[in-house]
Design a protein around this ligand. Structure first.
Ligand code: ADP
Length: 334
C-alpha cells in the first residue's frame, strides 16, 4: 500500500484525526486556497446564507478532508461524510440528500468516482436543492420532486480534470491544493511533535520534512515511525542522523520517494529504456491501476523533475537515471 493512501489501520486513523487542524488558522500552507476559502465563508456568514459548493482537488494527503471539516466548523454546521465509490445508485445519493439538515456540509470524497445516474441527480440537487425520486418502472415510472434544505457540498477529487464539465461548473469555488514546501512541512511536523509530546531538533524536523513527499499525511506518518525508532533505541531527542537512520528502514529515500514512486521510475528505465511509454502500459508493468500511478505517483515525480510527460508518453529524465544509480543509454529520449 502506498504511503499516501488513507490508512486502514484504526490506530493510524485515530492519530490522523487527532493531528487534524480544527480551524483555518491552524491549517499550514496553501495560502491562496486558505485566503479564498476564508473569503467565501465570511461572505456567506454575513449574508446569513449557506456557503457555496466547494471543490477541492489535489493529490491524496494534502488536506482535502481536513478542509471540509474546517468548513463545517467555521460555518457552525454539522458534517456528513461519504464518497463517490460508496454511491453507486442514484438511490444511495437520494437517501443521503433527503436526510440532510439545513446548512449541513456534505463531504463527498473521490467525487469523480460516482455513478452517472447519481451524478445527474447531484446536478439538480446542487443547483436547485431539489431531487426527482423515480417511482415505478418503465412507462409507468413517475418522478416525484423532493425539496431539499439548502446545504453545502464539498467535493474532493485527486484530479479536477477527471470531473465532467457540468459537475465542475456547479461548484461556486474550486481550490487546487499543491504539494507543500519543505518549510511548511516542518511547521506541520512541529505542531504534530508537540501534540505527540516528542522532542526533535530543527535538523531532525528538516530531515523528516525533506522525505515527506510534499505531503502532510506522509510527514505525520513518518514522524510516528521516527517516534517508534527513538522509543526502541531509548533516544530522548531526535536529530537529523536519528531521523534518517529511522526512515531508511521504511524504504523512504532521501528525496522522499516511496516504493511505488521508485517502482514506476525503475520500470520506466529498465523495461522501456526510459520511454516514451503510455501511462497504462507503465501501470501494468508495476502492477498498479492507471489511476493510482497517475494521481499518486506521477504528480510528485513530475514535480521533482524525475518524470516527464510528452505527447508520446512518459519519459525518465536524466535526474531519474541518476537517482536510481543507472547509466542512461545514449539513445534515451529526453
Ligand atoms: P486528503 O483528504 O487530501 O487525502 P487529509 O485532509 O485527510 O488529506 O489530511 C491528511 C493528514 O494530513 C491529516 O491527518 C491532517 O492532520 C494532515 N494535514 C493535511 N493538511 C494539513 C495542513 N495544511 N496542516 C496541518 N496538517 C495537515
Amino acid at each position: 500500500q502506498p504511503l499516501t493512501a488513507s490508512s486502514s489501520e484504526p490506530e493510524e486513523r485515530a492519530l490522523e484525526s487527532a493531528l487534524r487542524p480544527k480551524n483555518l488558522d491552524d491549517f499550514v500552507g496553501q495560502q491562496r486556497v486558505r485566503r479564498q476559502l476564508s473569503l467565501v465563508l465570511e461572505a456567506s456568514k454575513i449574508r446569513g446564507r449557506t456557503a457555496d459548493h466547494v471543490l477541492l482537488s489535489g493529490p491524496p494527503g494534502l488536506g482535502k478532508t481536513t478542509l471540509a471539516m474546517i468548513i463545517a466548523a467555521e460555518m457552525n454546521a454539522p458534517l456528513r461524510i461519504s464518497s463517490g465509490p460508496a454511491i453507486q445508485h442514484a438511490g444511495d445519493l437520494a437517501a443521503i440528500l433527503s436526510s440532510l439538515s439545513e446548512g449541513e456540509v456534505l463531504f463527498l470524497d473521490e467525487i469523480h468516482r460516482m455513478s452517472r445516474p447519481a451524478e445527474e441527480m447531484l446536478y439538480m440537487a446542487m443547483e436547485d436543492f431539489r431531487v426527482d425520486i423515480i417511482v415505478g418502472k418503465g412507462a409507468g415510472a413517475t418522478a416525484i420532486p423532493l425539496e431539499l434544505p439548502p446545504f453545502t457540498l464539498v467535493g474532493a477529487t485527486t484530479r479536477a480534470g477527471l470531473l465532467p464539465g457540468p459537475l465542475r461548473d456547479r461548484f461556486g469555488f474550486t481550490g487546487h491544493l499543491e504539494f507543500y514546501a519543505t518549510e511548511e512541512l516542518e511547521l506541520v511536523l512541529r505542531r504534530s511533535a508537540m501534540l505527540m509530546d516528542m522532542k526533535v531538533n530543527s535538523a531532525g524536523f528538516a530531515e523528516v520534512a525533506g522525505r515527506s513527499r510534499g505531503t502532510p499525511r506522509i510527514a505525520n506518518r513518518l514522524l510516528r515511525r521516527v517516534r517508534d525508532w527513538a522509543l526502541v533505541h531509548g533516544i530522548e531527542q531526535i536529530d537529523a542522523r536519528g531521523a534518517s537512520e529511522a526512515l531508511d528502514m521504511y524504504e523512504v529515500d532521501a528525496r522522499g520517494l516511496d516504493r511505488l514512486d521508485r517502482n514506476v521510475l525503475h520500470a520506466l528505465c529498465t523495461k522501456f529504456g526510459g520511454g516514451p511509454v503510455g501511462l497504462s502500459t507503465l501501470a501494468i508493468a508495476v502492477g498498479e491501476e492507471t489511476e493510482t500511478v497517475e494521481t499518486v505517483a506521477e504528480p510528485y515525480l513530475v514535480r521533482e523533475g524525475l518524470l516527464g510527460r510528452t505527447p508520446r508518453g512518459r519519459i525518465a529524465t536524466a535526474a531519474a537515471w541518476a537517482h536510481l544509480g543507472l547509466a542512461m543509454p545514449a539513445d534515451a529520449v529526453l
